[in-house]
Ligand binder design. Sequence first.
Ligand SMILES: NC(=O)c1ccc[n+]([C@@H]2O[C@H](COP(=O)([O-])OP(=O)(O)OC[C@H]3O[C@@H](n4cnc5c(N)ncnc54)[C@H](O)[C@@H]3O)[C@@H](O)[C@H]2O)c1
Ligand SMILES: [Zn+2]
Length: 383
Amino acid sequence: MGKDIKNDVVFSLKILSISLTLTKLLSMETIQLKSYKIAFQKQAYQELNALIKNQSYSSIYILVDSNTNALCSKFLSEQLEADVKIEWIEIEPGEEHKTISTCNEIWKTLSETGADRKSLMINLGGGIVTDVGGYAASCFKRGIDFVHVPTTLLGMVDAAIGGKNGVNLDSLKNQIGIIRPPKLILVDVGYLATLPQEEMRSGLAEMLKHGLIDNEEDFFAFEDLSQFEVEKLPELIHDSIQIKTRISEEDPFEKGIRMALNFGHTLGHAIESYHMENPKKTKLLHGEAVAVGMILALKLSVDVLGFDKTTCDRASRVITNYFKKVDFLETDISNIHSYLIHDKKNTAGNINFLLLEAIGKPKINCKVTDEQIIKAFAYYKSL
Ligand SMILES: NC(=O)c1ccc[n+]([C@@H]2O[C@H](COP(=O)([O-])OP(=O)(O)OC[C@H]3O[C@@H](n4cnc5c(N)ncnc54)[C@H](O)[C@@H]3O)[C@@H](O)[C@H]2O)c1
Ligand SMILES: [Zn+2]
């Protein structure tokens, strides 16, 4: 029964998005940050058009991947009011294309088509398009303006927010990049209407994370699936964006509190890499690995920081409602542990964890023993 309910919920979220696309009635408050705005729905297109007018851009480049070109570009171009040249640049979708060579192609196109320092780049897509586009724009002629228009749930609540842009260096993720804010972030939840369910879940994992590190109410809004009001989703997306912006504005260069955004990701990344590199294992989506990582981190929070055990059980149930359980053998656990040791964030043989004293009370640099990690996996298996 659980599985059907999960699918129903994700399906309902999609239906909601479709109805929003049709009505466009939704209004959500603009988030004003130090150097730019995050605007929503219809109002966001007005902000974009005003920006284009006020900044007198010489030309506009819209970066898409082949999926967002097919599914999202028409709607954006219908909303755009610009009397300058608009060029579309399409890249291949997929993490393997988040590279400097994709940027090279973008830079060549910009150069060959006469882009100058007053050109604007609009990145219409998921986290890959916004990461690549933000970086390519930040380097071209030492930096041109860019706007993010995230079209995935993960893009809206996470990747497009916080000013980090970059590409991978072979298998090393996000090794080359820059922290530079966009001119505007335009969030239109209508784009989610065509997003595959798995991708919805990936974004949901980050929303659950934001709830755990900052706001109990947002987290437990996902608890009772029979009571879950899908109409609340846009509001929850708005809250989630606010949590990420607040944390990243406070600590743009990740010296302290921004590390809270890594909750569930230390073990999550190790689990993700292990499943990716081991041919006998089924590949996990980032969100699926982070979902496991968050449950393990909740249990570690109980054992290391005295986080309330009943809340840990309750929160873990919320997560397993949406994400399938992953099987771990003893050999898997010791292999995952060796991935942890190689994680660049760990210094001098210590594995540093971001844990919680309570929901909304993250604590950085927590030391965890091997036994505690093994116990956390045993807890996960027992759920
Ligand atoms: N910069 C940051 O702070 C930050 C934070 C988190 C994640 N990221 C990065 O984000 C990337 C993942 O982002 P993602 O999950 O959005 O992946 P993605 O960009 O690959 O998008 C997922 C898939 O959905 C497709 N798609 C996008 N919008 C769609 C739509 N509206 N309808 C149908 N299909 C659509 C894409 O073409 C792609 O196939 C990773 O590279 C990750 O490192 C960056
Ligand atoms: Zn993540």
